[in-house]
Design a binder for this molecule. Structure first.
Ligand code: HPA
Length: 247
């Protein structure tokens, strides 16, 4: 059985149902991770947990030290990583509160450090990223969702935007023309760094709002938080099913 780690996103700074055994402050060659790693037990299995935005949700998407976070998980023995990400829905059926397990990414972020392969190389390295998520982990998550009759959307293209501002209505239209179905600020470079470290990485996205211009009026943090809480209850149900299968 593989060692499993969960990266929590907005609204998921702690994991209900995780009995904490210990916390470890990690140091990596790339700096400090967002928070101490939490080692605990869920459904009787060992799991690691890391809140992407810090324990107090203070680190914005463009300031997350993605390299340190994934390095710390790898260093601690993680083999599989489930990332939880809050997103805006672009496709009409990606409505607030729904869960999506995307299968593709388009990266619109800039100036984020997005590789481990930049210094001290013996040769230039290009990872294959045709399928950016670990297909076996996606299949396991979808299988577990079906077992508990949880309605998740299988597949979709995740647009990773720079943030921290939300998009304009025209930007959302452009993302849709590009073929994107959902939009978030934290999917990259996390997924690519996970691949560089040969971690089996997949995402469960929680739709917090319709993309800009697709809902009624302005997008507020209050709206995002309200929708996230119902979606995150479903994420917890899914994780409780997935963890005993994988960890
Ligand atoms: N856009 C980008 N990131 C997001 C959104 C959004 O509408 N909602 C939650 N994260």
């Amino acid at each position: 059985m593989a060692k499993l780690a969960i990266i929590g996103g907005t609204g998921l700074t702690s994991l209900k149902g995780l009995a904490i055994i210990r916390r470890e402050v990690m140091h990596t060659p790339y700096g400090e991770p967002s928070a101490p790693l939490v080692f605990g037990e869920m459904a009787g299995r060992e799991v690691m947990f890391l809140p992407r935005h810090g324990a107090g949700h203070t680190i914005p998407p463009h300031k997350v030290n993605y390299r340190a976070n994934l390095w710390a998980l790898k260093e601690s023995g993680a083999e599989k990583v489930i990332a939880v990400n809050a997103v805006g829905g672009i496709r009409a059926d990606m409505t607030p509160g729904r869960l999506v397990i995307p299968d593709q990414i388009i990266d619109y972020t800039w100036s984020r450090i997005n590789t481990y392969f930049e210094e001290g190389l013996t040769s230039v390295t290009h990872i294959d990223f045709t399928d950016p998520y670990c297909e076996s982990l996606r299949a396991d998550m979808l299988g577990c969702a079906a077992e508990i009759e949880l309605d998740v959307i299988a597949g979709g293209t995740y647009a990773a935007t720079q943030g921290p501002r939300l998009e304009t209505a025209a930007e959302i239209d452009r993302l849709e023309r590009d073929g994107c179905d959902l939009v978030g600020m934290t999917g990259m470079p996390e997924a690519a760094l996970a691949r560089e470290l040969e971690l089996c990485y997949a995402c469960v996205a929680v739709v917090a709002n319709m993309g800009a211009g697709r809902g009624d009026g302005a997008i507020t943090m209050e709206m995002i938080e309200r929708h996230l809480s119902s979606g995150l209850a479903d994420v917890r149900r899914l994780l409780e099913q997935v963890v005993p299968r994988l960890a």
